[in-house]
Ligand binder design. Sequence first.
Ligand SMILES: [Zn+2]
Length: 347
Amino acid sequence: MASKFGQLARSMGRLIPPALLRHAGQPAALFFHGVERDTLDGRVQTNHHELAVFEAIVAVLRQQFDVRPLTDIDAVLAAPQDHPRAVFLMSDDGYANTLSTAAPVLDGLPWTLFVSTAHIGTGRPNPIFLARLFYFYAPNGVYKLPHLPGTVVLADAESRQAAAQAGIDPLRLLPGEKAEEALAAMTASFPPDQLAALVARFTSEHFLDWDGVRALKTRGVEIGAHGDSHWPMHALQRPDWLTRQAAGARARIEAEVGPCRFFAYPFGNIPDIGPGAWRAVREAGFTHAFTTLSGSLAPSLTEGPAANPWLLPRYGIGPADTHLASLVPLLSAGNRRVRQFRTRLAG
Ligand SMILES: [Zn+2]
């Protein structure tokens, strides 16, 4: 779900030689999700880098950037101009393949894993993955889903693609409880055992258990929170639900792994973060939180009334972003949008 700005930066970065941009360097936060050797169906496995591409991306990070542990964030935010090549590398959600496949590639580099605690060790899949399974694998038929407009016609590949395209954004904008009812109707459309077989087949979507999270921590990976259930913290969510996403996730990580002070918003773009979200995150005791709005960690975002360490920009590394050296210096073009968003949420 890349933003238009992210897509633009991605394509422009391909055209500009890195040497021309070297003087324009600013620190930035970058994230990925999972890393896979083989993908069976890109329509439902939307979050993972191919291993060979990921290796190329990491080689660029090692050669062209100063990859820093997230515990250096205060120093970098205090004087971004002194850290033009600094990047913070992060992975969202907590997929099992971050331990089996990403961690060996990242050996020796500092990175942070943001986990959605309700999914760790429970076998509970990411809700958007379940929705995609419904749209692409549920039996042919006409469905009426609670809280979602219209009827859903699932027949051939084309109608399924159209239904997924029309259905996923309205689902994402529902309050947590209503989304769960819509998802329950989606999963109930499968014959017994078929859904479990599908979930088992797509191993890329399997989450870590807590032993796996601890194994990463032992390798030096910083563990942060990515909500409790993996669902947007937008303006329609109730205050107690937001508290569970923020304080609840932090308490669980601290009980299982140890101190936790960093947060990343699930989905994390403008429609996914309401005014109550960053306040719930601040009140839960997190010192910094990351959105998925593209931007750099430039002085324009770290000083003055627009400064807000609970709404930091972060760039989602695209599936073929091996040209990060020319792309990262362009991220500051998104900072104006980040400032406007912060101002809107401050009111
Ligand atoms: Zn996520």
